[in-house]
Design a protein around this ligand. Structure first.
Ligand code: Z5A
Ligand code: MG
Length: 211
């Protein structure tokens, strides 16, 4: 049930490989929607502000070591600790533009070698996105954008595995957008998908990820 007169907000997730442009496009979409007077917030996972998020952040910065299953569960816990706030925002009519979500969680951990079904299990029951925009960029092309570390070859190989797992997670909520074209071109497509989604999901029930 939509909790506000205008209907509920949409849960819009951006996914894609490293450097595919997710954060750039989330920011652009957010300011576009704000300009339209649409109640919107930008969220990202990991949310590094919480105590779980601080553990994740230390791990990503190589300041701490955690085994693969432990960090997987922390990423998932980081989404669970935001679930009820996410639900109340959406029911209150706010659209959430989310930079990475459960798909990152599963694809990255599976690419490290963990069983994909094991990876999916802790995500079940989180809110299901209304729209997942996957920014499609070849790993080699993404690597050229800079910000990649010294172990580029290894990273590109890893990103290729991540891309394969992302591919296996695609469902009816996914829209694949070519992320290798100029930012403004990507932005236009993202806007259109988002606007359609926002108007279509107003009266739709929120559902849970079920995999
Ligand atoms: N991770 C996980 O394992 N499990 C989980 O559950 C979750 C995450 C949620 C940190 O994520 C790591 O956590 C990530 C996955 C893992 N790991 N790795 N490896 P993060 O979200 O904090 O990562 P990030 O560093 O902030 O973002 P990113 O993914 O690397 O980049 P991006 O947001 O997709 O791209 P961007 O910052 O918008 O753009 C990158 C550069 O490309 C920048 O210079 C732009 O100006 C440029 N760019 C962007 N778009 C274009 C186009 N269209 N043309 C040319 N240049 C462009
Ligand atoms: Mg980013």
């Amino acid at each position: 049930n939509a909790g506000s007169k205008g209907g509920r907000g949409a849960l819009i997730v951006l996914e894609g490989l490293d450097r595919s442009g997710k954060s750039s496009q989330c920011a652009r979409l957010l300011s576009f929607l704000e300009g339209k007077g649409c109640a919107t917030e930008g969220w990202r996972f990991p949310d590094r502000e919480t105590s779980v998020g601080k553990m994740i952040s230390a791990y990503l910065a190589n300041e701490s070591q955690l085994d693969d299953r432990t960090i997987h569960l922390l990423f998932s816990a980081n989404r669970w600790e935001k679930r009820s706030l996410m639900e109340s925002k959406l029911l209150g009519g706010t659209t959430l533009v989310v930079d990475r979500y459960s798909y990152s969680g599963v694809a990255f951990s599976a690419a490290k070698g963990l069983d994909i079904e094991w990876c999916k299990a802790p995500e079940v029951g989180l809110l299901a996105p209304d729209l997942v925009i996957y920014l499609d960029v070849q790993p080699e092309k993404a690597a050229e954008r800079g910000g990649y570390g010294g172990e580029r070859y290894e990273r590109v190989e890893f990103q290729k595995r991540v891309a394969e797992y992302y591919h296996s997670l695609r469902d009816s909520t996914w829209k694949v957008v070519d992320g290798s074209v100029p930012m403004e071109t990507v932005e236009e497509q993202v806007r259109e998908l988002a606007m359609n989604c926002i108007s279509e999901c107003k009266e739709k029930q929120l559902t849970n990820l079920s995999w």
